[in-house]
Write a protein of this length. Structure first.
Length: 245
């Protein structure tokens, strides 16, 4: 499939009946060039189904985050092919990748929050990607409801500088989920959370998978969340070496 213009109105139709959210075939990736060249992914094949939670584990430097960012259209494809939400990533322009990313909920390990924005404003800003989807009441109430669900009801008007690491992570999770994306990509989403908060987050993700048919790929070292996975995949030295049901 060649690169095409991605129209937002097509995504609901594409995803409504889609059984596969992500399909990666023979994916390679190399950093650097010349004597500094380092191959971090080699011949990876991976499928993420609708409504499925897949947890990817493996030692640091094994290529997990690189594969996650390729699937999320945060990097250009080098070798192999990846289809995401019915769209081939090969040959996409920067603008086309940006359009696709609107339909993906990202949870970053380092939060990436704007220091000048409160928790409520952060979620409200994310909703601006789909401003025509929401009523005036939605724009006011959805951020508040999401933050309360994440245990941040008393931190709604707090900026990142006044939040703990775990609280900032929960704001980032709320931002990723606020638009009900069909694909959620999470890099260590529970690493900064205590057991109770981590369980709440995973229960919320499970609800999204079951209720909204969201597909969820989680990169983690957190052994506490493995019980929530439909499948567990292990990476080693740039290759997927093991997958369990």
């Amino acid at each position: 499939m060649g690169a095409t213009n991605i129209k937002q109105e097509n995504f609901e139709a594409i995803n409504k009946n889609a059984s596969i959210a992500v399909e990666a075939l023979d994916v390679d990736y190399t950093y650097g060039s010349g004597s500094a060249q380092r191959q971090v992914l080699t011949g990876n094949n991976f499928t993420l189904n609708a409504s499925e939670i897949v947890v990817m584990t493996g030692p640091s430097g094994s290529g997990k985050t690189t594969l996650l960012t390729l699937i999320g259209a945060l990097r250009a494809i080098q070798g192999g092919s990846i289809q995401v939400l019915g769209q081939s990533l090969s040959g996409l322009s920067s603008k086309q990748r940006q359009q696709l990313r609107k339909n993906i909920g990202f949870i970053f390990q380092d939060h990436n929050l704007f220091e000048s924005m409160t928790a409520r404003q952060t979620l409200a800003l994310a909703m601006q990607l789909f401003r025509d989807r929401y009523t005036t009441d939605d724009k006011i109430n959805r951020p508040l409801e999401m933050l309360e669900t994440l245990g941040l009801g008393e931190r709604i008007e707090s900026q990142p500088g006044n939040l703990s690491t775990g609280q900032k992570q929960r704001v980032a999770i709320g931002r990723a989920l606020i638009n009900n994306p069909k694909l959620i990509l999470a890099d260590e989403p529970t690493a900064a959370l205590d057991k109770g908060s981590g369980q709440k987050v995973m229960e919320l993700l499970r609800l999204r998978a079951e209720k909204d048919q969201a597909s969820i790929l989680i990169v983690t070292h957190d052994q506490r969340i493995l019980e929530f996975a439909d499948r567990i995949i292990e990476m080693m030295d740039g290759r997927i070496i093991n997958a369990t049901c």
